[in-house]
Ligand binder design. Structure first.
Ligand SMILES: [Zn+2]
Length: 286
């Protein structure tokens, strides 16, 4: 034990000697010199290595392989069926779509709608001076550019809802990144990405993959369930008063609706009236 400690101290001391002095003769030949101990230890090692033939040792020094660079911090991937979740406070922020105001945000997803449906929704938003956020899929937006331009021209935001309305938790990292890249480019700041079905929206994996392309994740606070073909009266009730399944919209909340549902346009005026009557405010166009 004492010898090992002495050798370790000796090697440590030796490593601190400047390179220019390493070839210099020892200042002392005393066996108590740490330099002397270090030389003895190395010499013993050179001649006593088992299993190494002399020819190999005689070869000139080869360039040692470069030290591998430490890898970039890995993106956290789900392990097993339950993916890592972002923290509760980040989840709350994602549900509010990074809305830092008290205004309620009305959101309209997907596309796949008729011109009459879109015209009606846009006319109501204009009448009430409410700015909406639209999340068309990239594939629909590319084939319906005039409708997307119409939405944007009226002062609304257009956001990313992936290229093909994919379940992000079912895709590997490269495919998720591709779905984001082929989605409609967001026009807001921060840019928002709403994962279809909310799939993966609270996982750290999708969080980081979205962030790599400058996106913040966005889900919703109140699901009107218009996607389930609810009648207009139910859509209004869910947003304004809530029900057993859905909390009503509150200050700074987001309300989920869909462009394609035929009842949404009929629900929208009373939905806005009901929230205004509760003292809530909206993002405005003017
Ligand atoms: Zn959708």
């Amino acid at each position: 034990m004492a010898i090992a400690t002495l050798v370790a101290v000796a090697l440590l001391a030796h490593s601190n000697v400047p390179a220019s002095s390493k070839a210099a003769p020892p200042r002392s030949t005393s066996s108590s010199s740490p330099h002397a101990v270090a030389r003895v230890t190395r010499a013993a090692t050179d001649t006593a290595l088992p299993g190494v033939d002399k020819a190999a040792r005689a070869r000139p020094n080869r360039v040692s392989p470069p030290t591998p660079t430490p890898p970039e911090p890995a993106i956290i991937k789900p392990k097993g069926p339950i993916p890592f979740l972002v923290s509760a406070s980040v989840r709350a922020t994602i549900k509010k779509c990074y809305n830092r105001t008290q205004n309620v945000w009305l959101t309209f997803d997907d596309g796949y709608t008729s011109q009459a449906n879109l015209d009606s929704i846009l006319a109501t938003l204009k009448k009430y001076n409410v700015r909406g956020r639209f999340f068309p899929t990239g594939s629909w937006a590319r084939t319906h550019a005039s409708m997307v331009n119409q939405i944007r021209a009226e002062g609304h935001y257009v956001e990313n809802h992936t290229g093909n309305h994919a379940h992000l938790n079912r895709l590997d990292d490269a495919a998720v990144s591709n779905e984001i890249a082929t989605g409609q480019a967001a026009s807001s700041s921060p840019k928002l990405l709403r994962p279809p079905y909310g799939d993966g929206a609270y996982t750290s994996r999708v969080y980081y993959l979205a962030a790599q392309q400058g996106y913040r994740l966005c889900t919703w606070g109140t699901d009107t369930m218009d996607w389930a073909h609810m009648p207009a009266s139910v859509i209004i009730k869910k947003a304004v008063t809530g029900d057993a399944r859905t909390p009503p919209a509150g200050p700074g909340d987001t309300v989920l609706m869909h462009l394609r549902n035929t009842q949404t346009r009929y629900a929208l005026p009373k939905l806005i009236d009901g929230l205004l009557a509760r003292g809530l405010t909206f993002d405005t166009l003017r």
